[in-house]
Design a protein around this ligand. Structure first.
Ligand code: 9MR
Length: 393
């Protein structure tokens, strides 16, 4: 809060306005050169991000047959009453940001600790929210003991036991599971585009199919999702191609994958490289495999945007609106989750690669540091209001 007031004071002192902020774009060409001018013109001249009424995001989404929610952590939801109250007001679904990862659930190879994740599941129930699972199989967030305890000989048993125990624990109570996360990395040089993860090294590429089959057995009701990042910008074509290839392989082999999760960690300065036609086509291709699509971790990194709050907020908001306007045209998109709800608790403030170089806090999420709605909130609300209604299922 102090930092935000300081930003406001500083702006007043320097007499910065939104237009002065635009000047910064021109003079500091090196830093912001990839923000395209046409986009800037639209962001500044035409948009006021006004919305009708005060209805929360969850009901605006619901009016279109969509689900809106966010990621949150036990520590914040359980200790910050105001945050918890705003969260329940805006969100119809919650996904634990960390509490269902291996390192959080498994203090030792033989023990599972569901205390924190169960608390969030109960919070969801008591506020009539859906509960979403992230994540059963990932190469990150593995416990320290993993490196010495898991090997080629026991990896299959460990993977199957983990999925049976965790998906079994929440069976019937979970909206959707990220069964496998981030399995694609074309840079690793494999012809199938798969990441050379520990799971792949131990079990070969079929670990993905195995994970989906075990998850389907453990919880026949949850929607089973393959989740990945880097699917949004034009230059990410190799990642889109590899994900499509993976999904096609899974589907043709009878794997029970049911949806694609698109993380959508966007950048406020990259709208120029967002080719909306290409994105739209990708979504169509996914949907044509009879898969649903969830936007699972949406946020907008403001690392390379000017410090000026009103400029930054408009660019972040415009990024949300452009992206959602496009993806919500695709009827297979059933849910949108932001990766956090308030700037106060965004991972972007701790991320080595996405933190602002000037160390000012990020303004990347729908609510600001004091849980007030800001332009990003308006942009999401406007996109939901404008979205075509989903056919009822
Ligand atoms: O936001 C999460 C951060 O708090 C954790 O430290 C990190 C490692 O567990 O994971 C972050 O969430 C990631 C998500 O699980 C998968 N997609 C990328 C997210 C941001 O890094």
């Amino acid at each position: 809060m102090a930092k935000k007031q300081a930003i406001t004071r500083r702006r007043a002192l320097l007499g910065l306005s939104a237009l002065a902020g635009m000047g910064m774009f021109c003079t500091k060409a090196g830093g912001f050169k990839h923000i395209n001018n046409q986009f800037l013109a639209i962001a500044f001249q035409q948009r006021n991000f006004s919305v009708r009424g005060n209805a929360p995001l969850r009901s605006r989404a619901a009016a279109k047959g969509l689900i809106y929610g966010a990621a949150a952590s036990y520590s914040k939801l359980s200790s910050d009453r105001e945050f918890a109250q705003k969260f329940a007001q805006e969100c119809a679904i919650v996904v634990p940001e960390a509490e269902l990862k291996w390192d959080a659930l498994r203090p030792s190879p033989s023990r599972f600790d569901f205390t924190k994740a169960d608390w969030i599941a109960k919070f969801a129930r008591s506020h009539r929210m859906l509960f979403r699972g992230h994540v059963l199989v990932w190469h990150e967030a593995l416990p320290k003991w993993f490196a010495t305890a898991v090997n080629k000989q026991n990896a299959e048993r460990m993977l199957v036991e983990h999925i049976r125990t965790v998906a079994g624990h929440y069976a019937g109570k979970i909206h959707s599971w990220d069964v496998v996360n981030e399995a694609v990395l074309p840079e690793d040089g494999r012809s199938d585009g798969l990441r050379n993860s520990p799971w792949l090294q131990f079990l070969g590429p079929n670990y993905i199919d195995l994970a989906f089959r075990v998850a389907a057995e453990a919880d026949p009701h949850a929607l089973l999702v393959y989740n990945d990042f880097g699917l949004d910008y034009q230059y990410e074509e190799p990642r889109r191609v590899a994900v499509l290839k993976l999904l096609e392989r899974l589907k043709s082999g009878g794997s029970p994958v049911q949806a694609l999760g698109i993380q959508a960690h966007l950048w406020g300065d990259k709208n120029g490289t967002l080719n909306l036609k290409v994105l739209r086509k990708f979504l169509r291709d996914v949907a044509s495999m009879n898969l649903k699509i969830l936007i699972t971790e949406l946020d907008v990194t403001d690392k390379n945007l000017p410090l000026d709050v009103s400029v930054r907020d408009r660019l972040v908001a415009a990024t949300y609106e452009d992206y959602l306007d496009t993806v919500l045209q695709e009827p297979a998109v059933i849910a949108v989750l932001t990766w956090g709800l308030s700037d106060r608790y965004t991972w972007l403030n701790w991320s080595n690669s996405r933190q602002r170089l000037d160390r000012w806090p990020a303004r990347s999420l729908p609510l600001d540091n004091d849980f007030k709605r800001k332009s990003a909130w308006n942009a999401i609300a406007r996109a939901f209001d404008a979205a075509p209604k989903r056919p009822s299922t």
